[in-house]
Structures are given as structure tokens and as C-alpha cells.
Write a protein that binds this ligand. Structure first.
Ligand SMILES: Nc1ncnc2c1ncn2[C@@H]1O[C@H](COP(=O)(O)OP(=O)(O)OP(=O)(O)O)[C@@H](O)[C@H]1O
Length: 894
């Protein structure tokens, strides 16, 4: 047995060769188990054969000339050791007793290279139970009728029990009865529990098809446990297995004493009224069994039917409050009848305190990528949609909320996994169904080394609570439960990427697994070193979550003597495949072994050769060699000296070889560290990329949001502006047009010119009056034309273009408005137009305006419409040309 200093007892279990490897004869076995020397008792009788404790690693013959190593363990199990052998030899019953009687924590863990049989040891197969099932069986058998059940078919849920358990729980857990948990998990429709660890190699990502479950689909699913897991065994193994089977069969058959859960649910809660789950008919409970068991009501009516509406409602709301409803599809509910019942454990039981009540709480969690996740707490996709990205992912089940390993108010000395869901199981079958359910959440994947490889470290915790039934103060007033926890841990296996052929996320997972195992190895190494030195181990267990969880209970809590807790009793089962990878296996053994000796490879010793040569000895040839006859060449003294020198050199050589071996080991360790560091860097890179991507997306989203807001504001403003404008327009229906200052200036200028022209005109008229009488008469005769009485007038236009009067809209409107007849003057004969009459008909202002463009002489006609020719000599100078396009006759009359 391991001495006091060891924190873990370390057992080695060798895995039998797999069927496909059975044919391959390993010519040179590298792992040799040293058979223990038979102990002879004082009376001369040989003691029964005990298990070996040492193995030797003989490195395969290659150029590296590696050292032979010898490792010591608490015990070594041969390939043929059965599950029951392991259960017995690791003193699991003692562990259970410790938990039940003294409240001392226990830990059973498996460590090894991937595919070496860790999960097999812990969880077993469809045919053979693992340590977990065997432990649970012994535990429930031992407690017997002292168990407190939260739900009885005839009674409402024992809320007081739940409350008192909750009050004494230090880990801020949510305690739920198994019936409630299972009802909610399996009766809410068609929900699939998709695994989060899908790999490219298999589509199966969870241990949904565990060894204990009968797969509804008969075919073997890749990634599931093989239907017939028994490997081909060596003759020795077969023999031993037969012995084990015989021993197992000698044990009394296990009565199926636990009530059938489905039947219970059916009877108890009505949801199982139909005799089928997922289309599969449910097994029925034999009537005789129901009669024998006080759990079963004799009546055929269900408890649910017999409950009052108020109780039904209370029960339903309790269920809803305590556990979220799931809506996705999940595998069918595990059926107790399909659980493996071998090996039989009926002969194993342990003593309990008969005056105590017991309650068993089961919880399951996994350490994945150095974070702790509850395996019994899945999210609720049916709940109200969560607003954040993280919330939505949580809801979809793509993400899980990690739990914290911390000190709590009620546990200031010891860290606990806070916020777990703990299921109160009152029977073995219930606990098994919880185990099955939790395993479906566990991360597994198919790798090149193992078709169902655990990608996380799985923790199955059985917490046994005990409370005195007596009338003492503690039981009545404090009403507190105390107890211990037995943790069964299935560690993920170390693996080499090359062998496991992992890529992507599975490779990253492997990196994390290897890293955590390296830290675990360092902790175990400290234990081994301290054991050899006889010093107290100082274990660096705070380096990662795994080592924290495994080692934090290894030391007594001393701060409060009244709450003193002894250190846990820990067992580590190292599994190894003697036909597997030498390097990986030797690395694990080096870390975990309790003792290690290094011996140098055997080379012919010069010393021995020299020592063997006695003075005077002669060679076989009969001929004297320099050594044959020392007297002939060397004196005895010289030979003695040489002999010493050779011995010294040989010793030195040996020391160097040992140092070299040590260096090689260090180099291997460094290589492993490098590999772990590389994998860590890869993971870090992935995380950073992920973070960047998320940050980028958040920023993009924010920017989009900003733009959207700005756009909305802008739109709103313009809308408001337009509204205001329309409002203003509506208010001021009449509006004025203000001419701009330029046009006003121009107008003033024109007015001034007009005035000047008027003045000139007046002057000219005056002048004309003072001239000849004929002209005066003519002018006088023309004057009436200005009067309103004058209706018809004629304007003669000299048009420079070929435009006709009728085509010009302006002239046409002029003719119509002013009743003026316009005629185009023929190009010749225009000279005789009377200048005075022309001038009198056009306002001075317009004349000014048209000065630059007009060259048409306008001439008023007489009342008899006779065109007065303009005399060429007198009018030439004042002739103005009019272009129809530039005409702007304004408001003046002709
Ligand atoms: N002692 C044993 N007897 C019979 N079969 C075994 C034994 N050990 C392992 N096996 C078989 O070897 C295969 C791999 O074993 P298992 O899945 O337990 O490996 P593991 O160490 O848990 O691997 P990983 O770390 O990848 O999860 C399984 O098919 C299992 O049934």
C-alpha cells in the first residue's frame, strides 16, 4: 500500500488486445509485468497469489538506446482482470463506507492514453457494469430502507425534505427530485439533444449510445460502444475470465428490487399514461411485483388521477419552476430493464448508521477546455427569446454557461462547483437514468485512436447526505444534513495528433486535454518524488481546473476545527495498452507511477572482462597475448592500476549514460511541453480570431445602427421641414413677389431714358410746329390718330427675316388686341414712310429699348388706309429696324 505521503493510490490496469490487433504478434513486448514473489507464511503455507506491483519498460530496439525503466504501483492488473477484480482491489467498498459512515470524500479516477480503457473501467459496457454502476448498486443496497424519498406515489412531493437538503447544501446547487427531472427531460415533446462535439470523423458527438442503453436502432452507430466489446483474450485471460464469471455466478442473483421507473412515472404523474414512449411499448411491471412493493398502490387508478386539482396544479407549477421545459428531441428515455446487471453486487454491502436517514444526490459535470459545464443542466430553447447574441446561443444549446469552482459562504475552506443541478435519487434505477441522461451531454468524438473518444474530463458525483433520526437537538432544531461525496472521474485520454488523426476543433481539444494531463502529471510526479524523499508533497494543483478539482480535497481543511474534514481517499487507475504507442504510454507511466527506477541499457562491461582475467590465465589458442601472461609484459601492479582505471572509467561512463537517459527524458518532456504550448498557441489564436471577429461584428453592428439612426433623424427633420413649409403656405395663401433690386434699377433707368425721350419728343414737336405749315397741318391731321376714337390703324413693318406676320404669335396677339393692321413693307419703297408719324406711334421708352435691334420704320396709316411712303432722303437716318423676335411693345399703345 502507498505510504502516508501519497495523495493517490495508483493502480495500473492493462487493456487486453483489441480484436483487430489480436492476430498481430508483438515480437518484442515492451511492457513486462513483474510477477510477485510468493509469500511464504510462518506455518510454511504459501499465501494466496497477490497482484504484482511493478512493471518494466523495455524500450523497443532502435538507434536511441533508451534506458530501461521500472515503475512501481499500488497494484498492477493484468489484461484478464475483470471489472469486479478492479472494484475489489481498489477497495471501493471501503471508499463507500467512508462516505456513508464518516462523511469522508472519495475519488476514483482513470488516467491513460486514448483508447486504453478508461471509460470501459468507469462506465463498463452493455454487458458488464463499470465502477460507477457497481458503486451505486452497493451504495443503495447498503442504505436500504434508510433512504429518504422525495416523491411517493401516495403523497405529494416532500418539499420539506428538498428544502432541508437545499438549506444544508454548500454549493448553491438546485436540488430536484429525479422523477421531476426525468419527467421534464423526456415528456415534453420531440426534442433532439444534439451533441456539441461533432467531428468530421463520425457524426456522433455524445455518449447517447452508452454501454448501458439499448439502442432503439438495432444497427451499430459509428461512434457508439461496440455491441460486443469483448476483445479476443489470451488463453490466460480467457481462463481467468471464466474464473471470474464462475465467481460472479456463485453470487446470489440480484433481485430487481428497485421499482420500474417508467411504471412509477406512469402511475405517479399521468404523463406516461400511454404505454409507449417514442412509439416504443413500455415494459409492464408484473402485478406480483407491484403487490409486493409498498411503493406500488394496489389500486389501478393512477396517483395523478387521484390527486386533487389543487395538488395537481401545485405539482405542475413546482415542476415548471424547478426545471425549465425542453422542446427539442432527445433520445428515448433510458430503460432500467436494459441496464447491465453483471457483475452481481448482491454480496457487497457496507455498514451504515441505522438511526440515520440518508439522501443521495447525483450531479454530473465535465471539464472541457478548462471550463466546467453541468451535464444535467441543458438550456431551454422553448423559453422566451433572449436578446443578446450570447443568450440566443445559450438558448439554442450551441453554448453552455460554465460553472465556477469557488469558495461559498457555507464552504469557506473548500472550493466547490457552484450552481450545479443536483438530482435527488432514491433508487439505483433512478441514479442510472440520471447517469444515462448526463452521458448524452458529454462531449465525445471519433478519432483515429478510439471511435468513442472522450473529449472532456467527466465527473460523476454521488453525494451522500446523512441526518440523525433521533430526538436530539441537532436533528430537531438544526435539521441539517451532513455527508461526503464520492466522485468518479473519467478523464479524457492523452493523444498524439499524428496517431489520433485529429484536426480542427478536435485537435484543439486534444491540445487542451494534453495540457491539463501534463499539469496532472506534474502533480502526481511531485507525489512520487516526495514519496522517495520522504518529504511532504507541495502539489502545484492550481494550474488548471482539472488538477484543482482532483486535488483540492486532498488536504484536510483546518481553519475551523468544528468543521474539520479529513482529506479525500483518492484512487487513480492508470490504464495502458501494452500493444499501443510506447512513447505515449511510457510518458503517462513516468508521471503516474509511485516509484521509478532507471537502469542503463546492458552493454558488455570492460571491467567484468578485465576482472575475469586472472593473472596466468592463457588464451584458448595457446598463444600468449599481452594479457595472457602478465609477467611477460606487465607487472601485477601495473595491471592492478589499469584495472582500477578501467573500473573508474566504466563507472564514469555509466554515470554519463544515466545522465544522458535523464536528459533524454527531459527532452521528451520538453517536446511534450512544446507540443502543448503549440497547441495552446493554436487555441489562443483561434480564440483571438474569434474575439476579433466578434468585435468586428459588434462594431459593424454599432456603425450600422449609428447610420440607421442618423438616416432616421435626417428623414424626420426633412419631413418636419416640409410639413412646416406646407403649413406656412397654407397659412399665407396670398403672397407677394418681390422683384429683385437689379430689375428695379433697370426699370428706373428705363424710366429715366423714357423721360429724356419724352422731353426730346416734345422739343421736336415744338420745333416742327415752328416749321412749315404743311408739315404742321400734316402733324395736326395725324394727331387725332392718338385719340381713343381712332380705331383702325395700320403698321407697316419691314421684316428682315422671312417670317410672316401671322406666324409671329406676338404680332398676331398685337393685331387682335390693339386692332392694328400690320403689313410687311416691301423691301423697296420703304423710304417714303413718314418719319414723324412713325415716331408719334412708338413710345420713346420703347424706342430706346429697341434702338439696338430695330431697323424697321413704322408708319401710321391714314384713315383711308393709304400707306404713306417714307421719303428716302429725310428718313434714312432715323429708320429703325425691327426684328420680330426682339419686339417688346409693352403696355404702350400704338
Ligand atoms: N479491460 C478491457 N476489457 C475489454 N475491453 C476493453 C478493456 N479496456 C478497453 N476496452 C475496449 O477498448 C475500447 C476503448 O476503450 P475506452 O473507450 O474505454 O478507452 P478510453 O481510454 O476511455 O479512450 P478515450 O480516452 O479516447 O475516451 C472500447 O471498445 C473498450 O470496450
Amino acid at each position: 500500500m502507498a505510504p502516508q505521503t501519497s495523495l493517490f493510490q495508483v493502480f495500473l490496469r492493462l487493456r487486453p488486445p483489441m480484436q483487430q490487433n489480436a492476430g498481430k504478434q508483438n515480437t518484442e513486448p515492451w511492457l513486462l509485468v513483474e510477477q510477485p514473489t510468493p509469500q511464504i507464511a510462518e506455518d510454511g503455507e504459501q499465501t494466496p497469489k497477490s497482484h504484482p506491483t511493478h512493471i518494466t519498460l523495455q524500450p523497443p530496439n532502435d538507434s536511441r538506446k533508451r534506458a530501461i525503466e521500472r515503475f512501481g504501483f499500488t497494484k498492477v492488473f493484468h489484461e484478464d482482470a475483470s471489472q469486479l477484480d478492479v472494484f475489489e482491489e481498489i477497495a471501493a467498498v471501503e471508499n463507500i463506507q467512508n462516505v456513508l459512515k464518516n462523511g469522508r470524500d472519495g475519488l476514483i479516477a482513470t488516467l491513460g492514453v486514448t483508447g486504453s480503457g478508461k471509460s470501459h473501467t468507469i462506465l463498463g459496457t452493455k454487458a458488464q457494469r463499470g465502477l460507477t454502476q457497481m458503486t451505486l448498486d452497493v451504495l443503495y443496497r447498503s442504505i436500504g430502507s434508510n433512504i429518504r424519498r422525495p416523491c411517493h406515489p401516495d403523497l405529494p412531493t416532500d418539499v420539506q425534505l428538498l428544502q432541508s437538503l437545499q438549506a444544508s447544501d454548500a454549493s448553491e446547487a438546485l436540488i430536484i427530485p429525479a422523477t421531476t427531472f426525468l419527467e421534464n427531460m423526456y415528456t415534453d415533446g420531440d426534442r433532439a439533444r444534439y451533441s456539441r462535439a461533432q467531428t468530421p470523423m463520425t457524426g456522433i458527438g455524445s455518449r447517447a449510445q452508452t454501454p448501458m442503453t439499448v439502442c432503439p436502432q438495432s444497427s451499430h452507430i459509428p461512434g457508439s460502444f461496440p455491441k460486443s466489446p469483448r476483445p479476443t483474450l489470451s488463453p490466460h485471460a480467457t481462463r481467468s475470465r471464466k474464473t471470474a464469471a464462475a465467481r460472479d455466478s456463485r453470487a446470489s442473483p440480484r433481485p430487481s428490487e428497485a421499482p420500474h421507473f417508467l411504471q412509477l412515472c406512469r402511475r405517479g404523474h399521468g404523463q406516461f399514461k400511454t404505454s409507449a414512449v417514442n412509439g416504443k411499448p413500455l415494459p409492464t411491471v408484473p402485478e406480483s411485483f407491484a403487490e409486493k412493493d409498498p411503493w406500488y398502490p394496489p389500486s389501478k387508478t393512477t396517483i395523478w388521477e387521484r390527486l386533487t386539482p389543487r395538488k395537481k396544479h401545485a405539482k405542475q407549477s413546482f415542476i415548471q419552476d424547478s426545471f425549465p421545459i425542453h422542446h427539442a428531441r432527445r433520445p428515448p428515455m433510458p430503460r432500467p430493464s436494459t441496464f447491465a446487471h453483471e457483475p452481481d453486487m448482491s454480496s457487497y454491502a457496507t455498514i451504515i448508521d441505522s438511526h440515520c436517514d440518508y439522501a443521495v444526490l447525483v450531479s454530473m459535470y465535465e471539464v472541457y477546455n478548462d471550463r466546467i459545464f453541468d451535464l444535467l443542466s441543458s438550456t431551454s430553447p422553448g423559453g422566451p427569446p433572449m436578446s443578446t447574441r450570447q443568450g440566443a446561443a445559450l438558448q439554442k444549446g450551441l453554448m453552455r454557461r460554465p460553472l465556477v469552482f469557488k469558495n461559498t459562504e457555507m464552504s469557506p475552506d473548500r472550493k466547490v462547483v457552484a450552481g450545479l443541478k443536483k438530482i435527488l435519487c432514491s433508487s439505483y434505477d433512478e441514479a442510472m437514468m440520471i447517469l444515462e441522461t448526463g452521458l448524452t451531454e458529454r462531449r465525445v468524438a471519433g478519432t483515429g485512436s478510439n471511435s468513442v473518444s472522450s473529449r472532456s474530463h467527466g465527473f460523476f458525483c454521488i453525494e451522500v447526505k446523512k441526518k440523525s433520526r433521533g430526538n436530539d437537538y441537532a436533528s430537531h432544531h438544526m435539521n441539517l444534513w451532513a455527508g461526503g461525496t464520492l466522485s468518479i472521474v473519467d478523464l479524457a485520454g492523452s493523444e498524439r495528433a499524428r496517431n489520433a488523426k485529429t484536426t480542427g476543433s478536435t485537435l484543439a481539444e486534444a491540445g487542451k486535454i494534453n495540457e491539463s494531463l501534463m499539469y496532472l502529471g506534474q502533480c502526481l510526479q511531485v507525489q512520487s518524488d516526495c514519496q522517495q524523499d520522504g518529504t511532504k508533497p507541495i502539489v502545484p494543483f492550481r494550474q488548471c481546473k482539472l488538477t484543482e478539482l482532483l486535488f483540492s480535497n486532498s488536504f484536510p481543511s483546518a481553519s475551523n476545527p468544528s468543521q474539520y474534514r479529513p482529506p479525500q481517499k483518492a484512487v487513480m487507475i492508470v490504464t495502458a495498452d501494452a500493444q499501443g504507442d510506447f512513447n505515449a504510454t511510457s510518458q503517462i507511466l513516468r508521471y503516474s507511477a509511485l516509484a521509478r527506477e532507471v537502469t542503463v541499457p546492458r552493454v558488455p562491461s570492460v571491467t567484468s572482462v578485465m576482472g575475469a582475467l586472472k593473472p596466468g590465465a592463457s588464451g584458448h589458442s595457446g598463444r600468449n597475448t599481452p594479457l595472457d601472461g602478465p609477467q611477460s609484459y606487465f607487472s601485477a601492479q601495473e595491471l592492478e592500476q589499469a584495472h582500477h582505471e578501467i573500473s573508474r572509467l566504466a563507472e564514469e561512463c555509466n554515470t554519463l549514460v544515466v545522465r544522458l537517459t535523464e536528459e533524454e527524458i527531459k527532452r521528451t518532456e520538453a517536446e511534450l511541453k512544446l507540443q502543448a504550448a503549440e497547441e495552446k498557441a493554436l487555441i489562443a489564436e483561434q480564440e483571438v480570431r474569434e474575439e476579433c471577429w466578434q468585435e468586428m461584428e459588434t462594431m459593424l453592428e454599432q456603425e450600422k445602427q449609428r447610420w440607421r439612426e442618423a438616416w432616421d433623424t435626417e428623414r424626420f427633420n426633412s419631413q418636419e421641414y416640409m410639413d412646416e413649409k406646407i403649413e406656412i403656405l397654407e397659412k399665407n395663401v396670398s403672397f407677394e413677389i418681390h422683384e429683385d433690386s437689379n430689375s428695379n434699377d433697370r426699370f428706373d433707368e428705363l424710366e429715366r431714358e423714357n423721360e429724356v425721350l419724352r422731353a426730346k419728343l416734345a422739343a421736336m414737336e415744338q420745333e416742327m410746329q415752328t416749321r412749315s405749315p404743311t408739315k404742321k397741318a400734316r402733324t395736326t391731321s395725324k394727331t387725332p390718330a392718338k385719340s381713343p376714337a381712332k380705331k383702325a390703324s395700320k403698321v407697316v413693318l419691314e421684316e428682315t427675316t422671312s417670317t410672316t406676320i401671322n406666324q409671329n404669335p406676338f404680332l398676331a396677339s398685337l393685331m387682335e388686341k390693339e386692332k392694328v393692321t400690320l403689313v410687311l413693307k416691301p423691301s423697296q419703297g420703304m423710304d417714303d414712310v413718314d418719319e414723324d408719324s412713325r415716331l408719334s406711334e412708338i413710345s420713346p421708352r420703347k424706342l430706346t429699348l429697341r434702338e439696338s435691334t430695330m431697323r424697321t420704320s413704322v408708319m401710321t396709316t391714314s384713315s383711308n388706309d393709304e400707306v404713306m411712303p417714307v421719303t428716302p432722303g429725310t428718313t434714312k437716318k432715323k429708320t429703325r429696324k425691327l426684328t420680330t423676335r426682339k419686339w417688346d411693345l409693352g403696355e404702350d399703345d400704338f
